[in-house]
Design a binder for this molecule. Structure first.
Ligand code: DHE
Length: 545
């Protein structure tokens, strides 16, 4: 009941807009006309803003399909209203957020009622054309060239600036600003932590060497047109040796040399749904993690509903196989993280469930019902006095943080079932995080349609399993910012949260004491524009979350 009231409240602006745009009068029509320039520009906007959730081919995934046949019945006014105001399940209000003008929204609505254009494929030669080594491995330092504590550096994504800021965890000072891909999505650390790898929405991967003074991009390559994931090889004996990029388009994973980013292998992911169903041309690669048990990556293929174990151990031997073990999991795999070091938990977000993958046995250990649209980021791990080791996810579409038992050996009676469903005050969560040194799990509401919700955080008590305190971050709404993504420093004494504002307005990163929850610092400056994900070098290399 409470959720329904909440949804009604947050839907109100969109409902009003539906009336304003005259949805009641909308009639199915033939495809509206577009000039070639409008069509080309709309194709790019679709790729940059919409394809992530609705698919490059518009077949749907996190969001519904956007085929003209279905949308024609709704009409352009309806589409304009949704694009302006958003929807509570996570559809952003592009107009309300100032990202798209009314003119752009009108063009996009017409575009969606036209048949989708076929996006291009990519060849190894095309990828090689984009490959640049700025500093060859032999010219890189053999030890750090500065005396800063590089393992406590934070890589901060400045999303719309196409930059990554390297910030010193101790002083909070800016160490360097490096140029990367467009709308940079995530960073991952190499096994030693020396390198950050970044991946942009435009598919560009960059390798950032933290030992250089200042840290800089030493190699880059663009293996796809659209991507979200990247990971390094972490198994003993293969540390830092390889990297892998997971593409959204084309349907592909590309293995790279870990020191130069030279493309080595292309692994097509188009195939049959769960190995025996419909042919899926757009089988996108979602989360990837490096196994601790075998020399392989765990690669989640979203629309195929499969998790692939990609063995990199024989890549250096010419003519030797690249074994891929495919396990049927479920559709629309998205993000996930380790529960302990053996089990990888991935969200099948449109089915509202979590799939637990046993990295040792390469099997599905369990499935757990989560809230509406679980979105763990990497999740949160801690040891509860009654339930033992637990792991938690947030949910984008419901006001619930879900905690599951994660210790089948020590606490089999609670393993892989929800041990707590904690009430939180808003929908719109994307990330939660903790550290062994903190008594709290910190929780955001970045996609909340309410500006106050989106500017708020909650601290959940790891013992009582309640959202003990929630607060609106002062100053966030003044810079049109939503609070997003939490990261702890190496010793877990502080956590950082980004105020994700607009490109034209500097915002800030707020630093809190991880025990008292007092604000202890605010990282500001002209360079702090559109900060999103932050990654502590040590915690990311060692999977501390
Ligand atoms: Fe992400 C992780 C996909 C929107 C910030 N995001 C991930 C992962 C995937 C993914 C598959 C897991 C990568 C891994 O672990 O290997 N994200 C998508 C989308 O498809 C989606 C929904 C829509 C889109 O068009 O991209 C989307 N993501 C967003 C955002 O709007 C965020 C907030 C800001 C942005 O970059 O656009 C955002 N996603 C992040 C971050 C992580 C992430 C910061 C890594 C979390 C971590 O702690 O590791």
């Amino acid at each position: 009941m409470q959720i329904r009231r909440m949804l009604f409240r947050t839907w109100l602006p969109t409902l009003a807009l539906l009336a304003l745009f005259g949805v009641a009068q909308a009639q199915p029509n033939a495809a509206p006309e577009m000039t070639p320039i409008e069509f080309a520009e709309a194709t790019q906007v679709y790729f940059d803003r919409c394809a992530g959730c609705h698919g490059a081919l518009r077949g749907g995934a996190t969001g519904p399909d956007l085929f003209p046949a279905r949308l024609a019945e709704k009409g352009t006014p309806y589409l304009q209203a949704i694009m302006f105001g958003g929807l509570p399940g996570g559809m952003p209000g592009w107009g309300a957020q100032g990202v798209m003008s009314m003119e752009e929204i009108e063009v996009m609505a017409r575009f969606l009622l036209n048949e989708p254009p076929a996006p291009a494929q990519i060849s190894l030669d095309q990828i090689l054309d984009t490959w640049v080594v700025h500093v060859a491995p032999e010219d890189r330092p053999s030890e750090p060239q500065h005396d800063l504590d590089w393992e406590d550096f934070f890589g901060v994504i400045l999303r719309d600036m196409g930059q990554v800021a390297i910030v010193d965890g101790a002083s909070k000072g800016l160490v360097s600003l490096v140029d990367t891909g467009y709308a940079i999505h995530i960073l991952r650390s190499s096994a030693t932590g020396r390198y950050f790898t970044s991946i942009g929405r435009d598919g560009k991967a960059s390798l950032i060497d933290l030992w250089m003074n200042p840290p800089q991009v030493v190699a880059e390559v663009k293996p796809c047109y659209d991507a979200r994931s990247i990971e390094s090889s972490k198994f003993t004996g293969f540390e830092d040796q390889y990297a892998i990029v997971g593409c959204y388009w084309p349907a592909l994973a590309v293995v790279l040399d870990g020191h130069t980013l030279e493309p080595l292998k292309m692994i097509g992911t188009a195939g049959y749904e769960r190995g025996a169903g419909a042919y899926v041309e757009e089988a996108r690669v979602a989360a990837i993690v490096a196994s601790h048990f075998h020399p392989e990556w765990i690669v989640n293929v979203k629309e195929a509903g499969q998790t692939w174990f990609v063995d990199y151990s024989r890549l250096s031997e010419p003519g030797q196989p690249l074994p891929v073990t495919m396990v049927d999991t479920d559709l629309y795999l998205h993000d996930g993280g380790w529960a302990g070091h053996r089990y990888f938990v991935v969200a099948a977000n449109q089915l509202h469930k979590l799939i637990v993958i046993d990295a040792l046995e390469r099997t599905v250990a369990a499935e757990v019902e989560a809230g509406t649209i679980p979105h763990p980021g990497r999740g949160a791990n801690w040891v509860h006095p009654e339930f033992g080791p637990v792991w938690a996810t947030g949910n984008l579409g419901s006001m619930e943080m879900t905690v599951i038992g994660a210790d089948p050996e020590g606490h089999p009676e609670h393993a892989w079932e929800a041990v707590a469903r904690i009430d939180v005050p808003y929908t719109g969560n994307l990330f939660l995080k903790t550290h062994p040194a903190s008594p709290w799990v910190i929780y955001d509401f970045v996609m909340s349609p309410s500006p106050v919700g989106a500017a708020s955080l909650c601290a959940v008590d790891k013992v009582t399993l309640t959202a003990e305190t929630c607060w609106e971050v002062p100053g966030a709404t003044d810079v049109h910012a939503r609070m997003v993504h939490i990261e702890f420093n190496r010793d877990g004494s502080e956590f950082w949260v980004s105020a994700w504002g607009r490109m034209d307005t500097p915002s800030f990163i707020v630093v809190y004491d991880a025990v008292t929850l007092e604000e202890v610092n605010r990282i500001e400056g002209d360079w702090v524009r559109t900060p999103t994900g932050k990654f502590n070098a040590y915690n990311t290399a060692h999977d501390v979350y």
